[in-house]
Design a protein around this ligand. Structure first.
Ligand SMILES: Cc1cc2nc3c(=O)[nH]c(=O)nc-3n(C[C@H](O)[C@H](O)[C@H](O)COP(=O)(O)O)c2cc1C
Length: 340
């Protein structure tokens, strides 16, 4: 039986435990240049000091107009690489591993003059009216994801996560609610598959590709869990090594389609996806009770457990959870007196 603080290996990536820091936008970039600063360095490196097995850097966008806000991170220029490298090197020094979530916000880009999307359908009346990407622009967008992946590898990341969830661009393409195209990209998973193949071509063979996916949509007439599993299957065939199972984010929630806000509210989705696809998974969603997180691993419901808001409250969540569970964890020498 596996436990939360047992190591985990996927391809050439070995994690010292099963705890993941979920990607969380910090909206903290200075000068609108998409480049991480001291805030990002401190924020991510402190979670490595806190013994988190895998840190996933927040949604990092492939072009300036792909950001939710102008304070979001980007990876559209080689000039941005050194600031990321500083973070990855420090995380590695503390024995942690670090991935980056590569994304485009599509119609949810709030500061773009005119956001782009698969089809010209606004998120709601408070969002800007997007314009539909031309076929050529979709192909150019795939190339932007490829270039961002190349930069992520050059910056020393251990893995890449594609953001295919929460109503952002990849999700917009695979959702019948947002994709009303008539060209080849009307095939819902085609854009995502091309992005996966492009990104993979830039990654070393042993580096795993993760993808965050909304297993189901919460809007009326959105896709179901069964549809979500089919989409993930197409992405798995295109090269995804591990899925990070979330849900929703594409529009107004239809109460009957939302699981509520109980602890582990998205676990049934992670369980179903893992069972159907025999694929490694990360579970997320109100899992910060250490006993619950440990049971997710022990009961074989997921391979890794991501903690979001719990890690905003406590950079040393992993150390505290291990102590509570009485599982072995290395505490940085400098801090051992605090736990004697
Ligand atoms: C401040 C904040 C920012 C977030 N930004 C992202 C993001 O950049 N990418 C993403 O996939 N999810 C994002 N999320 C969702 C989290 O990764 C996570 O899935 C969600 O908070 C549920 O996990 P939790 O209950 O442990 O917080 C964000 C959540 C919060 C609270």
């Amino acid at each position: 039986m596996q436990q939360l603080f047992d190591p985990f290996q996927i391809k050439d990536l070995t994690l010292k435990n099963r705890v993941v820091m979920a990607p969380m936008c910090q909206y903290s970039v200075d000068k609108q240049d998409g480049t991480p600063n001291d805030w990002h360095y401190t924020h991510y490196v402190s979670r490595a000091v806190g013994e988190t097995g895998l840190i996933i850097v927040e949604m990092t966008n492939v072009e300036p107009d792909g950001r939710i806000t102008n304070q979001c991170l980007g990876l559209w220029s080689d000039e941005q690489i050194p600031a990321y490298r500083k973070i990855t090197e420090a995380v590695h020094k503390h024995g942690g591993k670090i991935a980056i979530q590569i994304a485009h916000a599509g119609r949810k880009a709030e500061d773009a003059d005119t956001p782009v999307a698969p089809s010209a359908i606004a998120y709601d009346e408070n969002y800007k009216q997007p314009r539909a990407l031309t076929t050529e622009e979709v192909k150019a967008m795939v190339e932007k994801f490829r270039q961002a992946a190349r930069r992520a590898v050059a910056a020393g990341f251990d893995a890449i996560e594609l953001h295919g969830a929460h109503g952002y661009l990849i999700h917009q393409f695979h959702s019948p609610v947002t994709n009303k195209r008539e060209d080849e990209y009307k095939e819902y998973t085609r854009f995502g598959q091309e992005v996966i193949e492009a990104v993979k071509s830039e990654m070393p063979e042993g580096m795993p590709l993760l993808m965050r996916i909304s297993a189901t949509e919460f809007v009326e007439d959105g896709y179901t869990l069964e549809d979500g599993i089919e989409k993930a299957q197409a992405y798995q065939q295109a090269g995804v090594d591990m899925f990070h199972i979330s849900a929703g984010g594409e529009g107004a929630i239809a109460p009957a389609r939302h699981p509520g806000n109980h602890q582990g509210y998205m676990l049934p989705f992670a369980r179903a996806m893992r069972k159907a696809l025999y694929v490694p998974t990360i579970a997320v969603g109100s899992l910060e009770d250490p006993a619950l997180a440990n049971s997710v691993i022990g009961n074989d419901e997921a391979d890794l457990v991501a903690i979001g808001r719990g890690m905003l409250r406590d950079p040393y969540w992993a150390i505290h959870a291990a102590r509570q569970l009485e599982q072995a964890i290395d505490i940085p020498t400098q801090y051992q007196r605090g736990f004697a």
